[in-house]
Design a protein around this ligand. Structure first.
Ligand SMILES: [Zn+2]
Length: 326
């Protein structure tokens, strides 16, 4: 548990952190940015555990007093800071950081603050923290975790080493699901396709029954669409209103036509993403490549129109009728 070598992707970023440990060039403040589920907390935890490890290696040893304390979830010199309301306010910063940081570490090498959702820090809170970042105690290390860096004052950014966690290739997410979660290669590829390069998001999807139901329903209806009567198409458009705030169904539709196109063009299942539906895909890939590409584009156009506040039901009706044409 918690070793750099077990973390998927972002090799350069991880090497940077490990080299900082090895060379004794650890900064007082890091800003780790990445989308939800990208591994900010995992990377911060692994870095903190390594910094505190009594073996002083570039990986946590896993058995010293510090590593054991970490594993028990109760490390005295690693402090987690979280917003108590929607934002991380000046009171949070004062109570959870400033009043604490003047006290020396309890027994380990550093005193590490892992600040979650740091991009919710108010300007006041950032200014309060700034003084400490400008003159940090020798033992203090701050790891700020955020989805983006635009929320930070330039003065904060100039005091921190910013490291961006990048999305992983789908194949790497799929590999994780196969090896660590025991999913079949077909299922792994499907979940990876919807996870936007994030193992965390893939794991959320695995638990998300509504996602699986939605996918089942959308694919069944798409397969039936060529034979559907006009009245049924209108009913489906009406029914889709339940997904008005969850446009993942459009991703599912696009992926469907994408796979039909690949099935038609290459006649091989190797490049299909939805390998769990390969029989259905080959059965449905009857139209020309041009026609399938046009249909995938129709879905994209509907997405753009919805983003511009077009009427949802009307947009769906037009899109479905055009998808039905052949
Ligand atoms: Zn250790």
């Amino acid at each position: 548990m918690h070793s750099f070598s077990d973390i998927y992707g972002n090799a350069l970023l991880l090497r940077h952190l490990q080299q900082a440990v090895a060379g004794g060039r650890v900064s007082h403040a890091y800003l780790l940015t990445g989308s939800a589920g990208s591994g900010k907390r995992l990377i911060a935890d692994t870095f903190a555990k390594t910094l505190q490890c009594e073996e002083s290696g570039t990986e946590p040893c896993g058995h010293c007093k510090s590593c054991s304390a970490f594993d028990s979830g109760n490390h005295p010199d690693i402090v987690y800071v979280r917003p108590t309301k929607k934002t991380l306010g000046v009171d949070d910063v004062r109570e959870q950081i400033l009043e604490d940081v003047s006290l020396k570490q309890y027994r380990y090498r550093y005193k590490i603050y892992i600040v979650e959702q740091a991009d919710t820090m108010t300007v006041q809170a950032q200014n309060a923290l700034l003084k400490t970042l400008e003159e940090p105690p020798a033992y203090a290390v701050f790891l700020l975790l955020a989805e983006n860096q635009t929320a930070f004052l330039p003065t904060i950014l100039s005091r921190t080493v910013t490291l961006h966690i990048r999305p992983l290739p789908d194949t790497m997410v799929a590999d994780y699901l196969e090896k660590k979660k025991g999913l079949s290669p077909a299922d792994s590829a499907v979940y990876a396709a919807y996870a936007q390069g994030s193992i965390g998001q893939a794991l959320d999807l695995l638990e998300d029954e509504s996602f699986q139901q939605m996918r089942q329903e959308i694919l069944e209806k798409l397969m039936a669409l060529p034979q559907a009567k006009k009245g049924e198409v209108f009913l489906w458009a009406k029914d889709l209103e339940k997904y008005k705030d969850d446009l993942r169904f459009l991703d599912m539709m696009q992926l469907w036509y994408r796979d039909l196109l690949y099935a038609k063009r290459l006649r091989s299942e190797k490049d299909l993403i939805q390998k769990d539906k390969k029989a259905e895909i080959f059965r449905s890939a009857v139209e020309s490549e041009g026609e399938l590409a046009r249909k995938a584009a129709l879905i994209q156009r509907a997405r753009v129109q919805l983003a511009r506040n077009a009427n949802f039901r009307l947009t769906m009706e037009v899109m479905l009728l055009q998808l039905k044409e052949n």
